[in-house]
Design a protein around this ligand. Structure first.
Ligand code: BG6
Length: 479
């Protein structure tokens, strides 16, 4: 047999803030994504204090999915998607985050969207928080470092899970919850937890705050998993992790140990999500660094009771670390460990290492560690495309996806990994999260819009569209 299991969930993935636009329509409040300006390849995005006149915020219009989703769903249907992963924009439902009553127009939008998907044979897979926390929760509460925010998230989740209990089965709590582990990147602590650090803050202080926010999110997630199962016992509620397998650069035993230590910074999150306990390697780290992280016995019980049904994760690249005296970027929290470019793999124009075997490797690692179903909810190739005669010949994207699907197939068919589905990222061109560019394109559907926000927003099928259509139609036999 050369096909994926029957009912394998072939799909595509996007996130509300990267596609919808309509940032202030029908009662929607300001989210943290609405105050991020455009950056560029190698140029970081800026976070502004509120929405400033004259600044360009690419997520404000995005690709106008808010008004064009019917047209886009027709293309998804033609492609053969069985599922579409997107998120609910928290501020459409609770504009400030701490509101008591939800915004009916926001709820109605997702009713309409989910109905349209179902009417076209596509099941929604929903992330509750994909970098869309209300800006007000940052201003008034300091984001997730404040335990009060847990209750706001749970209230939001309960509202949408109740409303859509017969329309959505697959949920995820926090997108790439682990991406904030490295406090050096403002963008990640901001988008995951709505925390902005003062630049003079020590690295240790930042890390302590991030751990507190992370624990608060993990508690919020566990509460929602438990609650969701009460709302509908058929719900499948997962976590969402960014998995970048980290390899030792050399066979020097210290390099192997360094790679394990760096991996622990990711495993921490999925260990708590999936096993329900805070692992010893983290408790010990907190003790050694004299961090005081507030977790009560009652909260530990919540963590145990709210373990996830599956592990959702993104996979784009692998990383390599070394303790050898090589030139590289120091990973500050683990002395003398450095990131180093892997000489055995290529990289994209944005420097992301292309490593299909890494996907098979991490699928095996996660399968063996958690014994839970896995779901690849992001994978893809951000690249520059050019349009000639209304066509986009994106063989490079097909090559990337083809190689990754081939390795995923080996993981399922040869290694016996229990994989629910595959939703490649940015199935349609969207605003890049990291750079705010439109021209870092992942899509199999081209959207006519450039980095400055100019364009007709017209959609166009790329070569990869037809290729993926045939992959799905043959259930992965023809790749
Ligand atoms: C993941 C995010 O980090 O990677 C997405 O979940 C993001 O929101 C994707 O878009 C690709 O990153 P980028 O920076 O190329 O858009």
């Amino acid at each position: 047999m050369n096909q994926f299991p029957e009912n394998f969930l072939w799909g595509g993935a996007v996130a509300a803030h990267q596609v919808e636009g309509g940032w202030n329509l029908d009662g929607k409040g300001v989210s943290i994504a609405d105050v991020m300006t455009a950056g560029g390849n190698g140029i970081g995005r800026k976070i502004t204090h509120g929405v400033l006149d004259g600044a360009y915020y690419p997520n404000h219009e995005a690709i106008d999915f808010y008004h064009r989703y019917k047209e886009d769903i027709q293309l998804f249907k033609e492609m053969g998607l069985k599922v579409l992963r997107t998120s609910i924009n928290w501020t459409r439902i609770f504009p400030n985050g701490d509101d008591k009553e939800p915004n009916e127009k926001g709820l109605q939008f997702y009713d309409d969207l989910f109905d349209e998907l179902h009417a076209n044979g596509i099941e929604p897979v929903i992330t509750l928080s994909h970098f869309e926390i209300p800006f007000h929760l940052y201003e008034a509460y300091g984001g997730f470092k404040n335990k009060q925010v847990i209750a706001f998230f749970v209230h939001y989740a309960e509202t949408v899970m109740t409303r859509y209990k017969n329309k959505v089965k697959y949920w995820m709590t926090f997108n790439e919850i682990n991406n904030q582990a490295d406090g050096q990147h403002d963008l990640h602590t901001w988008t995951n937890s709505a925390i902005l650090f003062n630049q003079n803050e020590s690295q240790a202080k930042k890390e302590e705050v991030i751990y507190q926010a992370a624990i608060n999110e993990l508690i919020a997630s566990a509460k929602v998993v438990k609650l969701g199962h009460q709302i509908n016992p058929d719900f499948q509620i997962g976590c969402m992790m960014a998995y970048v397998p980290v390899y030792p650069f050399s066979s020097k035993p210290d390099d192997q140990m360094a790679a394990l230590k760096v991996m622990n910074r990711r495993f921490f999150y999925s260990d708590v999500h999936a096993i329900g306990v805070i692992p010893n390697y983290i408790l010990n780290e907190w003790k050694q660094k004299k961090y005081s992280i507030n977790v009560t016995e009652e909260e530990k019980k919540i963590l145990r009771e709210g373990t996830v049904d599956y592990i959702g994760f993104s996979y784009y690249m692998s990383g390599t670390v070394t303790t050898l005296d090589e030139k590289g970027d120091l990973i500050t929290d683990y002395p003398k460990t450095k990131w180093l470019r892997n000489p055995h793999v290529e990289a994209s124009d944005w420097g992301w290492q292309i490593d299909p075997v890494g996907l098979r490797y991490i699928l095996n690692i996660l399968d063996q560690r958690y014994h839970l179903p896995l779901f690849i909810v992001e994978n893809g190739f951000g690249a520059y495309d050019s349009v000639e005669n209304n066509q986009v010949h994106d063989q490079y994207r097909i090559d990337y996806l083809q190689a990754h699907i081939a390795e995923m197939k080996k993981a399922v068919l040869e290694d016996g990994v229990n994989l629910l589905g595959y939703t490649p990222w940015g199935i349609i061109d969207i605003v890049s999260f990291g750079s705010g560019e439109m021209e870092k394109r992942y899509g199999m559907i081209y959207v006519d819009k450039d980095n400055a926000g100019q364009g007709t927003l017209t959609r166009l099928k790329k070569d990869s569209f037809n290729w993926y259509q045939s992959v799905i139609a043959s259930n992965g036999e023809n790749i």
